[in-house]
Design a protein around this ligand. Structure first.
Ligand code: HEC
Ligand code: HEC
Length: 250
């Protein structure tokens, strides 16, 4: 903590020094780097400062789901993205950014980030002619059918029990499952990680896209592998989606 404070104090000092010499007469320039943090409305700056560490510099290649994935952006709608960014995902490392939720971004800044993701990275029509699954699960998953789906679609890369294989990491170990929501799992299964060569829902078995129900079932099976450690928000049985979806009255 003190280290963070130290670093931010240092960053602040830098700002002060910069602002002292960036214009001849000491006037802040319009649109310059001197804007107060809550005045920044440039997508690139906001994304780099708040999102890149987890989602990758250009929306790919990070530890968490690639946001610059046109399949993802075709399936999710903008309001769902806005809600996640504002409220975070409970029990995972996805923070809440809205000031109203204790974060540091204004509503306007969240709008800039959300709409910027779509205007930069969406490719209209990319799913034309396919029958894409819905972003959120529409039904309850069946664990037994999910196990069959896992063997059919996933085991070739992640190993028969999901403990990892030559072409994919472990996806059933407790430490992984404890920190990912069911919607997080569903999103990865649907959209893949093209940046890491993980296929989307159509590409696990060539010519055999997964059905919406198979996706729901495989997520139920993965969720059933969660250990029951104390304090863990996502139990093996619950079908929790993103926080915002658990509170439709929001
Ligand atoms: C500290 C790491 C971290 C940071 C910083 C972060 N995210 Fe996330 N984000 C995550 C994780 C982990 C998830 C997956 C959560 C889950 O399991 O559902 C996630 C999920 C998401 C999702 C939902 C994906 C889905 O399943 O639909 C969106 C959208 C998103 N993040 C956008 C952003 C944006 C935009 C920013 C910057 C304003 C950001 N994130 C910053 C870690 C992070
Ligand atoms: C062609 C190989 C392949 C197939 C088939 C495949 N995956 Fe993956 N998957 C990957 C790769 C590669 C990654 C990214 C790197 C990693 O985590 O191994 C990945 C990532 C994931 C992740 C994120 C892991 C993490 O640590 O963030 C999950 C969850 C996942 N896959 C689940 C599945 C499920 C469920 C299926 C079946 C419906 C499936 N995968 C099918 C190759 C594959």
């Amino acid at each position: 903590m003190s280290r963070i404070l130290y670093l931010s104090a240092f960053a602040f000092l830098n700002l002060v020094l910069l602002s002292a010499c960036s214009t001849p007469n000491g006037q802040p320039q319009k649109g310059s780097e001197l804007a107060a943090p809550n005045q920044v409305v440039d997508f690139g700056t906001l994304y780099a400062q708040n999102c890149a560490a987890c989602h990758g510099a250009e929306g790919r290649g990070g530890a968490s789901i690639a946001l610059a994935n046109s399949v993802y952006l075709a399936i999710v709608d903008e309001s769902a993205v806005h809600n996640v960014v504002a409220s975070g995902v409970r029990g995972t490392s996805m923070p809440a950014f809205a000031e109203s939720a204790g974060g540091l971004l204004t509503d306007e800044q969240i709008n800039v980030i959300t709409s910027g993701m779509f205007s930069r990275w969406e490719r209209k029509g990319i799913l034309d002619g396919t029958n894409p699954p819905s972003y959120a699960a529409k039904t309850t998953g069946n664990v037994a059918r999910g196990e069959i789906a896992f063997k059919t679609y996933c085991a070739s890369c992640h190993g028969s029990e999901g403990r990892g294989g030559a072409k994919g990491s472990a996806v059933t170990d407790g430490s992984f499952l404890a920190l990912v929501s069911n919607q997080g799992l569903r999103s990865i299964v649907i959209t893949g990680r093209p940046d890491l060569r993980a296929p989307d829902w159509r590409g696990n078995v060539p010519g055999k896209p997964m059905s919406d129900q198979e996706i729901t079932d495989v997520v139920a099976w993965l969720a059933s592998r969660r250990g029951q450690s104390p304090g863990q928000p996502y139990s093996a049985s619950n079908n929790a989606q993103h926080q915002s979806e658990e509170h439709p009255e929001k």
